[in-house]
Ligand binder design. Structure first.
Ligand code: KDG
Length: 324
């Protein structure tokens, strides 16, 4: 059954009600990314919702992030990185005795593989009562993900509390399933993710995740599945082939870009941040999708989740045909 919802509302940028265009909630992970064939790992920043926050800030959105960090070197590096990127982290909780999560990205013939060191991390201890209600009320849009819910039961409930507060305050909600089967089994993931996505306005699944979560074969059917679940806008990412966009009564394919990919880590998060920024700026979903496809393509041309993310001028140059 389609969930009952309020009439669609475009988030208004810079209206007096909202201090932030986008608030992201989840777990940042310090990143070590294999930069060549040998065991040489370059430091960087990851964590899907933090990636989305940075991508949005680079496109000009006003962004806040909420999580918990350890009082450790990686936690301090995240605070410095968000400050450099213009992502507000004032509400981030610092925990004395729990670490900031870490992951390795290794590259092989079938693409990238993640190895996590995040058990009992500061973010995984997130509890519903820690969710900052004021921050949600002051944001036009809340963005969360399946990873934000996979890291622990209490974090999962915290995400549901954030969604609930957003709905009460008429704040739009976007959700990327970001299925990570190293974190939880498929059946549990499907149940939790679809329960949450039924409460969201914007669904941002990737094709491989949607195949597993919906059990469907055709992208068009997957888009319809998420529209029926309750989203007003579904952006199904098809990787280099672009994306399939669903809005009530219309499903269309929007082509992608073939740039020289070296590492696709964070490309989906870059898509999310760019797409949400453009929606918040009042652009049509199809224009937002074209823009976000270009941003995501650029993000695959360098190693790491965050460092190759484009600034707005890079995306506009690609769209204008100024870059091959
Ligand atoms: O989408 C990229 C993220 O998956 C990566 O940065 C790490 O958040 C991460 C995770 O938990 O896999």
């Amino acid at each position: 059954m389609k969930n009952p919802r309020k009439p669609p509302r475009q988030p208004e940028r810079n209206s007096s009600r909202y201090r932030y265009d986008i608030l992201c909630v989840g777990e940042p992970l310090y990143e070590l990314n294999q930069s060549g064939d040998d065991l040489c790992y370059e430091p960087g920043f990851g964590g899907d919702t933090s990636n989305c926050a940075v991508a949005a800030a680079r496109q000009g959105a006003s962004v806040a992030y909420f999580t918990a960090l350890g009082k450790d070197v990686f936690g301090r590096e995240f605070l410095k990185m968000w400050a450099r990127e213009g992502v507000d982290s004032d509400a981030v909780i610092l925990r004395e005795n729990s670490p900031t999560g870490l992951y390795l990205v290794s590259h092989g013939p079938v693409g990238h593989e993640f190895t996590y060191f995040r058990k009992d991390s500061a973010a995984s201890l997130m509890r519903p009562e820690e969710i900052p209600a004021d921050l949600i009320r002051n944001s036009a849009l809340l963005h969360v993900s399946g990873i934000s819910q996979a890291i622990s039961d209490s974090a999962s409930r915290a995400v549901l509390k954030a969604i609930d507060l957003a709905r009460q305050q008429d704040v739009r909600v976007s959700y990327d399933p970001n299925l990570r089967l190293k974190l939880w089994p498929l059946n549990r993931a499907r149940e939790v993710i679809h329960q949450a996505m039924a409460l969201c306005d914007i669904a941002l699944p990737g094709l491989e995740d949607a195949v597993q979560l919906t059990g469907l074969d055709e992208p068009q059917e997957m888009v319809e599945f998420y529209l029926n679940l309750g989203a007003e806008i579904v952006a199904l990412s098809l990787g280099p082939d672009g994306m399939m966009l669903g809005t009530p009564g219309r499903v269309e394919k929007i082509g992608g870009w073939e740039l020289k990919t070296v590492d696709a880590t964070g490309a989906g998060d870059t898509f999310d941040g760019a797409f949400l920024t453009e929606l918040v700026r009042g652009r049509l979903p199809s224009d937002a999708a074209r823009y976000a496809n270009a941003a995501a393509a650029i993000s695959t041309t360098g190693y790491g989740a965050v460092s190759p993310m484009p600034q707005r001028e890079d995306v506009e140059a690609l769209l204008a045909g100024l870059v091959a």
